[in-house]
Write a protein that binds this ligand. Structure first.
Ligand SMILES: [Zn+2]
Ligand SMILES: [Zn+2]
Length: 160
């Protein structure tokens, strides 16, 4: 799969399907995308490469983990293309909206992890079948969190 920034200076490629897809509702992702959430297609680093251009990097210390998160963005048009993580050095998290085919991977609820939903903006729709995590996929100790699987769609911030 290929992706690129708005102006086309930076083009990247990833082999195969993402190993994990997260839909992240945390405040970092809300602020960094300027949207309601980030759809993050996570690829193993060895399956990801830059084809043209050289993005700039913004380093941000995560309030949650205290670790560095690196945003790779285009110097010319400002598009954010992917994340790399001090906490998960083997992974690259692609801003899925930059893929040439945003539907080139399975983004159905069974393949997707809805994370940091405790921080989701009001009126965000979580689909039926979504595996919902209040925070990250794993706790600070690295232990995997057991998600809640929604039996019906939920709209955040409107229920009891
Ligand atoms: Zn660009
Ligand atoms: Zn996030």
């Amino acid at each position: 799969m290929q992706g690129r920034c708005l102006c086309g200076d930076v083009v990247y490629e990833a082999d195969g399907q993402p190993s994990t897809v997260t839909v992240c509702h945390c405040r970092f992702c809300q602020r960094s995308t300027g949207g309601a959430y980030l759809v993050d297609a996570l690829f193993k680093r060895e399956r990801f490469r830059v084809l043209t251009g050289e993005p700039a990097i913004y380093d941000h210390r995560s309030e949650g983990s205290g670790k560095q998160v690196h945003i790779h963005f285009c110097n010319r048009c400002g598009t954010k293309l992917w994340l790399s993580f001090e906490r998960y050095p083997a992974l690259v998290g692609v801003y899925a909206g930059t893929l040439d085919d945003p539907n080139g991977f399975d983004r159905g609820p069974a393949k997707t992890h809805y994370i940091f939903v405790d921080q989701a903006a009001d009126w965000t729709v979580l689909p039926a079948g979504a595996r919902v995590f209040p925070g990250d996929l794993a706790g600070a100790d690295g232990a995997r969190v057991t998600p809640l699987c929604l039996t019906e769609a939920r709209i955040t911030g409107t229920g009891p």
